[in-house]
Design a protein around this ligand. Structure first.
Ligand SMILES: [Zn+2]
Ligand SMILES: [Zn+2]
Length: 389
């Protein structure tokens, strides 16, 4: 290992106590999407204290930040932090560890600043991963326009280099019928709830003819006012997920057709409600993953085999569709712990989480160093991204 990389690892070890207390502070003050004022402030202050130039509220998003360390003309490498919590169960997704491993990687690189090759390191604070699409707003705001490659990690119950993420698009259906007394004059009514129920039935039948890795799941959001009134208004919302963007949009269309068919069958009118910020699938980049793997192994982390069927969705997928980007999974919880659980929330401040956070900070900092030291690696990652290999 190069001297600089050894110094990076030593810097993380020196910073570990500070990083752990920052991680615990974020964990103990959970803030929901776009309300992460404290976490954003603490991380910005931490990076400013380590010599980064920090911009807060980038792309018009109040709880986003961009911390930059510049050592001359060269490539730009971004390390991403998430720090939003979940409703009711706090940091059960462990975003406090994502935040502090990113900030720790940045601080470790700043500690070896004099030995860094020319380029720009950006630690970017990306709020609202849990449904708010923070990274989509940052992409639209141009934050990733001049970034050559991006990386982040996510806490998990084991180390996995690449975990597929499904694209997800949300769609709402609002049906309008006609109210009437459900016993005295039922033939005068047009039943909007029937249209909702028929939509679910249509989707259930559609589900038999779709690929196994796709997911369609919905809830009824409005189902009528009282049983003695034929429901005049009824509504439902569906999430549609698929491994490829074109498949996701094709499936989205078929789910809309289920609702249209239900509207026709019941005589209701249908309003399709489109949601902002679909999450896109994660595009794999082996050039970046291989660098990450080699550095990860120097920290003592041991990789587990991929798990093909435990797939969620994240807005890092959207980033991976515009620039080469990776999100390896880092062990911060005992093997077998499900994420979004109370056990995972507790694990996110355990000694296992501290170990994972430090290993991840070292690995991301060393991978960033590799990319700055040999820009041909970025060219290769870009070529892979473009599908030119
Ligand atoms: Zn989550
Ligand atoms: Zn998460």
């Amino acid at each position: 290992m190069s001297t600089t990389k050894t110094q990076i690892a030593q810097a993380v070890d020196r910073l570990a106590d500070d990083l752990e207390s920052l991680s615990r502070r974020i964990h103990d003050h959970p803030e929901l999407a776009y309300q992460e004022v404290q976490a954003c402030g603490w991380l910005s202050d931490y990076l400013a204290g380590h010599g980064f130039k920090v911009e807060r509220g980038v792309a018009g998003v109040e709880t986003a930040f961009r911390a930059t360390l510049e050592t001359g003309a060269g490539p730009t490498i971004a390390i991403l932090c998430e720090y939003d919590a979940l409703p009711a169960i706090g940091h059960a997704c462990g975003h406090n560890v994502i935040a502090t491993s990113g900030a720790g990687a940045g601080a470790a690189l700043a500690a070896v600043r004099a030995a860094l090759p020319a380029g720009r390191i950006q630690v970017i604070g990306t709020p609202a991963e849990e449904g708010g699409g923070g990274k989509v707003r940052l992409i639209d705001g141009g934050v990733f326009q001049h970034v050559d490659a991006a990386m982040m990690i996510h806490g998990f119950d084991r180390w996995i280099l690449h975990q597929d993420l499904l694209g997800i698009v949300r769609v709402g259906f609002e049906f309008t019928g006609k109210a009437a007394h459900a016993s005295a004059d039922p033939w005068e009514g047009v039943n909007a709830l029937d249209a909702v129920i028929q939509t679910f039935n249509n989707v259930s039948m559609l589900r038999q003819q779709i690929r196994p890795e796709t997911r369609i799941h919905g809830i009824v959001t409005q189902g009528g006012a009282a049983p003695n009134i034929i429901p005049e208004n009824a509504a439902c919302t569906f999430y549609v997920r698929a491994a490829k963007l074109d498949e996701m949009w094709a499936l989205h269309k078929r789910v809309i057709a289920c609702a249209e068919g239900a509207a026709t069958a019941t005589g209701c009118t249908l309003k399709v409600v489109e949601f902002e910020a679909p999450y896109e699938p994660l595009r794999r980049n082996d050039t970046l993953l291989e660098l990450f793997r080699a550095n990860m192994q120097t920290t003592g982390a041991v990789e587990s085999p991929p798990i093909p069927d435990r797939m969620g969705s994240s807005d890092i997928g959207n980033v991976s569709q515009v620039i080469p980007a990776i999100q390896p999974m880092v062990q911060i919880a005992p093997f077998g712990t499900p994420i979004h659980s109370r056990a995972f929330e507790a694990a996110a401040v355990s000694s296992l989480a501290r170990t994972g956070m430090c290993q991840a900070a070292k690995t991301m900092a060393m991978t960033t160093y590799d990319l700055l030291a040999d820009p041909s690696l970025i060219t290769r990652a870009r070529a892979e991204f473009e599908g030119a290999r």
